[in-house]
Design a protein around this ligand. Sequence first.
Ligand SMILES: Cc1cc2nc3c(=O)[nH]c(=O)nc-3n(C[C@H](O)[C@H](O)[C@H](O)COP(=O)(O)OP(=O)(O)OC[C@H]3O[C@@H](n4cnc5c(N)ncnc54)[C@H](O)[C@@H]3O)c2cc1C
Length: 502
Amino acid sequence: MAIEHIVIVGGGTAGWMAAAALSRLRKNRELAITLVESEEIGTVGVGEATIPPFVDFQTLLEIDESEMLAAVQGSFKLGIQFVNWGNVGESYIHPFGNYGYQMGGLSFHHIWHHAKSRGDNRPIQVFNAETMAAYFGKFAKTDDMKRDDLPPINYAYHINATAYAAFLRKYAEARGVVRTEGKVADVRLDAETGFVTSIALENGPEIAADFFVDCTGFRGLLIEQALETGYEEWTHWLPCNRAVALPCNRDDGAPPPPFTKATAHKAGWQWQVPLQHRNGNGHVYCDAYMSADEATDILIANIAGKPTADPNHLRFITGRRKKFWNKNVVALGLAAGFMEPLESTSIHLINTGINKLIALLSLDGVNEAQQASFNRLTAKEYEKIRDFLILHYNATRRDDSDFWNYCRTMSVPDSLTEKVELFKMNGQIFREDDELFTETSWAAVMMGQGISMNGHNAMAATLDQAETHKELDEIEKSIRFLVQHMPAHGDYLARYCPAKAA
Ligand SMILES: Cc1cc2nc3c(=O)[nH]c(=O)nc-3n(C[C@H](O)[C@H](O)[C@H](O)COP(=O)(O)OP(=O)(O)OC[C@H]3O[C@@H](n4cnc5c(N)ncnc54)[C@H](O)[C@@H]3O)c2cc1C
């Protein structure tokens, strides 16, 4: 059956990202796209830290970066600072971008480790531009420096999620997406095929379509409530199941840091996402180890300014939908699954879901091969990210609470055990199936949380040592030069994308 009408149900970040991207399919053809959302139900209202591929999403949509950032009170993000994870009092940065660069086909951390074994005591962080810029609160883009001998700067954004959805709504509506306000009361299925044929709005019309995108958040109105797709739960490995969010103002005058901060507490962790006019804050925790009142008290005691809203309490179950594409429904965003906001991967998974959907979608109809590919590729993406997240909880020396004792001693997937064992032995990290996180990401978190490399690739010793030493010096020097010449992050925002007062 040809696809002439696509209905997106849900107008949170997922719904409007899908609407904006799919609106581009309307160019030069008849394709109706409707987005249904309910103001009464509202959105989840959190999800403000992103990772670098999100920058590419804006580019693909030909969105003007400074205009978008001004509209969403956005700031730049060079990585995440993790505090109290390896142990209380410790801190490290997981940066975007790489440590150094490959030499002789070897990843930089092998070269660094070999140099270290020969007495070079420089920490690996001095070989990463994003880490050093983050430490000094600086920001610039690669193109701003107008030199091609300096390392590139990899960045993402912090965004006001509600303002971003509103920004994309304008974009999508300008390209012909029709928004319908209303609460979906019923989802109708074809008796023979089980395909969704229409949605019925409470006190409103029935909307028929050929293809549906379920962006209804945790409810999974179409993918789960109507199609009963099933959910694979990962609470054994990712036990946090609650969050309390509480934004605060930035009246202390301190400039917004160019990084997200993730501070571990006794039964979870707290995020700080600095926007231009406020900080997004929240405490993710496990209700088997902490009450909502205690989690809220800890959050209030650890935020930098006055709260600008009431605490928003959220519940979730970590895991993923058994199928992300089922019959003529694709689930995106929280309707597809949720794995913890720790590495800001949810909006990214919306983005990659949209990319795959556009690549696989045929307006001639739906077939098994599309669904199988979408589901297999997405499941792999989720699993790779899951392992990386588990690492943060499991690789800890914390023994100050029942929660950390559980995380430190829980069984983990074999795929993760293998990864950690290889790294310990000789620093080897295999990046499999186009997984999202790079060797630098894995090395940063493993070393940051106290997993040591006990050796390195044997080929490191075969490189010309004097030449290698010179290159290390040059990398360090060029990063120092770059960071010295960058403006302060706050000054950059004020010049490039100042937001109107909130
Ligand atoms: C605590 C927490 C922190 C997070 N932090 C991050 C982060 O830092 N970075 C990141 O990438 N991601 C983060 N996420 C995930 C991120 O918030 C989501 O991926 C993102 O907001 C997308 O949500 P959504 O659009 O899927 O769902 P929602 O925002 O819940 O939107 C659902 C939409 O469906 C509509 N709807 C539902 N039912 C009906 C109905 N019956 N009829 C009509 N409409 C309906 C609602 O009105 C709404 O418009 C976080 C999530 C949580 C829980």
